[in-house]
Design a binder for this molecule. Structure first.
Ligand SMILES: [Zn+2]
Ligand SMILES: [Zn+2]
Length: 406
């Protein structure tokens, strides 16, 4: 599988200072990247970042430095590290500008941390990543322009998804939090980040199994008349119809997951005891594939056009993150129209009275119709988690949990 750079291939960048030539071997570059990631993963399980303590600049430097280093590697090996679907949506030259500013902010925040806080581990990771990124070409790295392979690792998907999600949702969570004392790097954040990272890195494979497999297996059930009728509808009508169809499919799949037979798979998602923009990523791989195949099968059979389907995919991406976010806004009557954090976090409550309620992801009216809607007026759940036997912690133990005898 051509998912890594060819051994011995050189990284082209600006003229290197003497002594840095050894880093030109990709073998060394990959080892450095993995080593830096390992240093971050060895951080404490829960980290309180407070203004004035110097930790924020260190972690900001680490996050941005690792993203910049990864971004430079994407320019060097687009065929192995970028996804065709995402590349169609961005301009590499615009991202080069972004890369420049990411490097500047990462370097300055890392240097400040070093100067005033005597250099913490996160700042060392950030500055080392920046240095490695610059040595490998920095924002002046040459793009090879090679097409993405269908089996590429989605490093571009991970970096852009992480930066955009963090940039949008962390400020919202800080401005209108429900749990004010919950830190950004709260307990089990690393587990949820691993789900986020694996789903992003394997996005090409997930698309292969879902988006490409559905037409192959479902073509026999297609009604040309139905599809022609649906495609004659205006964009807005098709989009609303797609959201309704998808959420109806999701609602009933979700109810199946709450049955005794499938609960252990879905319990992994419910095992999160803190909600934020990262928590929704915690979904067992079987559930993720089953849900996507079910929803896409329905949408494929109805036969929506490409544009409303793309709009639906953007909506589901945003709403799946939003409903898990630590956002304490009381949306009032909107709670009945669209799924909100308050609506979905009641679904995650460990209160037995809240069990088996609020299954929808987009439209709470579906729960109203089927009698499963529940939001006690003006209230939020006191605590979150599974009802019943606990789920083990850690992504590997959670992956095998449903298949082990209790
Ligand atoms: Zn559930
Ligand atoms: Zn959820």
């Amino acid at each position: 599988m051509a998912c890594g750079p060819p051994q011995g291939q050189s990284l082209s960048g600006p003229e290197l200072p003497r002594g840095w030539a050894t880093i030109r071997s990709t073998h060394h570059v990959w080892l450095i990247y993995i080593k830096l990631l390992a240093m971050i993963s060895a951080m404490p399980a829960e980290i309180h970042l407070k203004l004035g303590e110097g930790r924020i600049s260190g972690y900001l430097s680490a996050l941005l430095g690792l993203c910049a280093f990864g971004g430079v590697l994407c320019y060097h090996f687009p065929e192995a590290l970028t996804t065709a679907e995402l590349r169609a949506a961005y301009d590499p030259e615009v991202l080069r500008e972004v890369l420049y500013w990411v490097l500047v902010v990462a370097s300055v925040s890392g240097a400040l941390n070093f100067l005033f806080e005597h250099g913490r581990k996160a700042a060392i990771v950030g500055l080392t990543s920046c240095l490695a990124a610059v040595v490998c070409g920095g924002s002046r790295v040459e793009a090879t322009g090679a097409p993405a392979s269908p089996l590429a690792i989605g490093l571009d998907w991970l970096i852009l998804g992480l930066l955009v999600s963090a940039l949008v949702f962390i400020p919202i969570e800080k401005a209108w939090p429900y749990r004010r004392k919950q830190p950004i790097l709260r307990k089990e954040w690393w587990t949820d980040f691993q789900y986020f990272a694996i789903n992003s890195l394997l996005v090409s494979y997930i698309l292969l199994v879902t988006v490409k497999a559905v037409p192959v297996t479902m073509t026999w059930a297609v009604s040309d008349t139905l599809q022609a009728t649906v495609r004659s509808w205006p964009f807005a009508v098709q989009f609303i119809a797609a959201v309704i169809c998808a959420d109806l499919a999701q609602y009933w799949m979700h109810r199946c997951y709450h049955s005794k037979l499938m609960w252990k798979i879905h319990a992994v998602h419910h095992s999160a005891i803190a909600m934020d923009w990262l928590a929704g990523s915690r979904i067992h791989f079987v559930e993720m594939l089953l849900t996507r195949v079910s929803i896409l099968s329905v949408l494929f059979l109805v036969g929506f056009s490409e544009a409303p389907m793309e709009a639906y995919i953007v909506l589901v991406g945003l709403q799946a993150v939003f409903i898990h976010a630590n956002v304490g806004i009381n949306f009032g009557v909107l709670n009945y129209l669209v799924a909100t954090p308050q609506f979905h976090q009641w679904h995650h409550s460990d209160d037995r009275e809240a069990a088996d309620t609020n299954f929808a992801v987009h439209l709470p009216v579906i729960d109203l119709i089927f009698g499963t809607f529940r939001i006690p007026k003006g209230q939020w759940p006191k605590s979150l988690g599974v009802i019943g036997p606990p789920v083990p912690s850690g992504i590997v133990r959670q992956a095998i949990y449903p298949f082990r005898k209790s």
